[in-house]
Design a protein around this ligand. Structure first.
Ligand SMILES: C[S@@+](CC[C@H](N)C(=O)[O-])C[C@H]1O[C@@H](n2cnc3c(N)ncnc32)[C@H](O)[C@@H]1O
Length: 247
């Protein structure tokens, strides 16, 4: 059993690729002729030229759509591929789950002929800018502190690269941590929380006091009064970053 064999049971329900984020990822892949997706989950954001998905959880593999790239059950830290197996290797919203990110990044660089993409988030920015963890669920932020890999560290491991900000649209289709920044009621829905590991892994007991405060603030209008400015925005930057490294 892997973590996502329990955590991922309903993943495909709330975690579908957002088309605007997909466009950014696909642009960053450039003219790569073939792509390996590591920590691939249910296959979100895989371009048609994906030749292999690497994923440790059978529950996640089972939710891949018909016609998706072939998936192998394995971990990033030991990719079952030869050196330079594809033009590009990508790892999207997954490295915080790896037991050894350093080994995993080394493997991504070994597998890719030309380009490595990593979608992650800057935990410091996330903590400061995302109202949910700043004002209601510091326990979720503390959990993320234990596993988030700093962007600078990742860039070092990647041997340098460029960093793109990934703005999160107000109607983001992919229900990850900050996706519902302008739809606060969503965080009160256990189905939504089940698809967000920073909320699912600490557990409802830990988060209950913060969630109750959020429910009360939504009911009496104080959330909306405090966050009126947010309601006028279409996209925000709460720290999600796409790292693009060539070699
Ligand atoms: C939040 S999901 C992201 C899935 C997909 N990349 C996406 O963007 O929807 C994280 C995935 O990383 C996988 N994972 C966990 N540990 C891993 C490891 N050591 N190597 C590769 N993948 C891992 C999980 O099983 C899960 O499918």
């Amino acid at each position: 059993m892997t973590t996502y064999d329990t955590l991922g049971a309903t993943y495909a329900r709330t975690r579908r690729p957002d088309p605007r984020i997909a466009a950014q990822i696909h642009a960053a892949l450039g003219d790569a002729a073939d792509v390996i997706n590591v920590g691939a989950g249910t296959g979100s954001y895989e371009p048609p030229r994906t030749v292999l998905a690497v994923e440790p959880s059978q529950v996640m593999i089972t939710q891949r759509p018909p016609g998706a790239a072939p998936a192998v059950r394995a971990v990033a830290e030991r990719l079952p591929v030869r050196d330079h197996a594809a033009d590009a290797a990508m790892a999207l919203l997954t490295i915080h789950h790896w037991t050894d990110p350093e080994a995993g990044i080394r493997e991504l660089r070994r597998a890719a002929r030309r380009r490595v993409l990593v979608l992650t988030w800057d935990q410091q920015v996330f903590r400061e800018r995302f109202w949910l963890v700043r004002e209601y669920l510091p326990e979720a932020a503390a959990f993320d502190d234990t596993r988030a890999v700093p962007t600078d560290r990742l860039l070092d491991l990647l041997g340098g690269g460029r960093v793109e900000t990934v703005g999160i649209p107000h109607d983001c289709v992919d229900g990850f941590g900050a996706a519902y920044w302008r739809r606060p009621h969503a965080y009160l829905d256990p189905h939504v929380r089940a698809g967000i590991s920073m909320l699912a892994q600490p557990g409802d007991d830990v988060l209950a006091p913060g969630l109750s405060r959020l429910a009360a603030d939504l009911a009496d209008g104080s959330w909306h009064a405090r966050h009126a400015g947010l309601l006028t925005l279409d996209t925000i930057d709460v720290g999600y970053r796409l790292l693009v490294a060539d070699h």
